[in-house]
Write a protein that binds this ligand. Structure first.
Ligand code: FAD
Length: 274
């Protein structure tokens, strides 16, 4: 059992969760994730590590289904059943390069340890956070700490660049040389960024979030096709070359359990609200 030290909704539908543990920080590295099981009957869900110390780990999650709904209802002092990690391969580090780091929705939080590590390795870090509107952006101050430049992009133009991430990328790349683009967020964002940067010819690393079950390379549910080869996101990733991902396959596989997920959510909501 793991005690919840804090659970806070930071923007609508997105929460910060701080869980007590004195172990995970010893091996945690940027780009890794943990698996959380909220209660005995809960499913195992992977969540990126966004921070850690000797007493706790932090994750940021978006409420999308039963497990994340249950996590969103936790209060300080509650307990969760399982916390396993760190898992996955850490972000491959490079030095003395210029890197654009893009985050959207929960991926804004997931950027934090990665840009910290990039900065500590003497890279020039250009951070770009994107969302539908300004009220969905968060952690700008924290990200600024390790960013040489920080940009905001909102689809409704309420802050920073107006439009989608392509507006920013196309303008920024006109007069800057960039060695790497790194992106964390929903599949649509990572797919979209990979499409744009492919035509620009800039290497792009994306964090993938296929449906994952055991997270140890045994079950194969999180398989993705990279350069025509099958890889397991849990042990070979979750970060891959965005230009090598078979996106149609990834997008299709994400709907595998849609009807079961909907049933589970209706059941949970009925139990909770009557
Ligand atoms: C390596 C990895 C790291 C991740 N890190 C984070 C994170 O830091 N924060 C965060 O909020 N989410 C993260 N995810 C996604 C998260 O695990 C899912 O959103 C979660 O499992 C959904 O569980 P649920 O029971 O609430 O929803 P479900 O009932 O399982 O699903 C509800 C809806 O969410 C979609 N969904 C299901 N699984 C995923 C998935 N893996 N990714 C995206 N959508 C999904 C389904 O298609 C469905 O429409 C990560 C996924 C992976 C593989």
């Amino acid at each position: 059992m793991y005690r919840v030290l804090k659970r806070e909704q930071i923007v609508p539908n997105i929460h910060l969760l701080v869980i007590e543990t004195n172990n995970i920080h010893k091996n945690a590295k940027a780009g890794e994730f943990v698996v959380v099981r909220v209660d005995e009957e809960g499913e195992r869900i992977p969540l990126n590590l966004v921070d850690w110390d000797e007493k706790s780990v932090s994750v940021i999650f978006m409420e999308v289904g039963t497990s994340t709904r249950k996590l969103g209802a936790l209060k300080e002092g509650d307990v969760i059943e399982t916390l396993a990690g760190p898992l996955g391969r850490p972000t491959e580090m490079i030095e003395d390069k210029s890197i654009i780091c893009i985050g959207g929705c929960y991926g804004i939080g997931a950027l934090y340890p990665v840009i910290r590590a990039f900065k500590q390795n003497r890279n020039r870090v250009i951070t770009a956070v994107e969302g539908r509107s300004s009220f969905l952006l968060y952690w700008q101050k924290k990200l600024q700490e390790y960013s040489d430049e920080l940009y905001e992009i909102t689809r409704d133009g309420t802050k920073g660049y107006e439009g989608h991430i392509n507006v920013f990328l196309e303008e920024y790349m006109k007069d800057h040389k960039v060695d790497l683009i790194y992106c964390q967020g929903c599949t649509y964002l990572t797919f979209f960024v990979s499409q744009i940067t492919k035509s620009m010819g800039v290497k792009t690393i994306v964090g993938l979030n296929p449906i994952m079950i055991d997270a140890t390379g045994m079950c194969g549910v999180c398989r993705v096709i990279i350069n025509g080869e099958t890889k397991f996101a849990c042990v070979d990733g979750p970060e891959f070359d965005g230009h090598a991902v078979d996106w149609p396959n990834l997008l299709a596989r994400r709907h595998t359990y849609h009807s079961q997920e909907q049933k589970s959510l209706s059941f949970y909501e009925c139990e909770r609200y009557g």
